[in-house]
Design a protein around this ligand. Structure first.
Ligand code: ZN
Length: 208
């Protein structure tokens, strides 16, 4: 469903729990791909909103974000984009730090083939990649017109935007700085993976 009337970005209901977002239009872009096995449902939902994605951008290397990337790439021919810093973890060339090493050894989705690398300020269709490190070394948010898809750069606890739990975080100080950066970027819709989208004016959050 569209996050807000006329905003032009849709929350994919089939990815509830680890939301992927879809921006239809001349250059349709999918942000994240949910868990492994969600590919067919994601593709069907994108098609109901106007067509398959031409590009897939990934916020970070976790399994619940890259899970269906390879399947969707194969099914649609979409170009997959990942941050240069997280790319070696996604490819399996470098082992994830902390307890994510355990998760990654239990759930091993096929990595997307030959993903393109994103750096600060790169544009993919209507979205711009903005580094928001902390949750992972190369975590990216994607800014669009009036919104930011923020992956796991923040979640909502007690009605407030906060970094993800420390145990799941690569660098807590950087994660806190990234939340401050998102706050400083000005009022707009914030689209997290693990919370419902909300409007943030920098102090209070709302969903209206
Ligand atoms: Zn996540």
């Amino acid at each position: 469903m569209e996050v807000a009337d006329g905003l032009g970005v849709h929350k994919l209901a089939c990815t509830k729990g680890s939301y992927a977002y879809f921006v239809p239009g001349a250059v349709p872009v999918l942000v994240d791909t949910g868990l492994p096995g969600r590919g067919p449902a994601i593709l069907q939902e994108c098609e109901s909103l106007g067509g398959p994605p031409a590009h897939i951008v990934i916020t970070h290397y976790d399994v619940d974000h890259i899970g269906s990337a390879a399947w969707l790439q194969e099914a649609t021919g979409a170009t997959v984009w990942v941050s240069a810093e997280d790319a070696p973890y996604i490819a399996g060339e470098r082992r994830r730090p902390g307890m994510k090493r355990v998760v990654a050894s239990l759930v091993r989705p096929a990595p997307p083939k030959a993903p393109r690398l994103l750096r600060a300020g790169d544009a993919v269709g209507p979205l711009t990649a903005v580094p928001t490190p902390g949750h992972t070394p190369g975590h990216l948010a994607f800014y669009g017109a009036g919104f930011a898809a923020v992956g796991d750069a923040l979640t909502v606890r007690g009605g407030r935007p906060v970094p993800m739990a420390g145990l799941l975080t690569w660098n807590s100080a950087q994660a806190a700085q990234s939340v401050a950066k998102l706050r400083a970027a000005g009022a707009r819709w914030i689209l997290p993976a693990h919370a419902e989208p909300f409007w943030w004016d920098g102090s209070r959050i709302s969903s209206v």
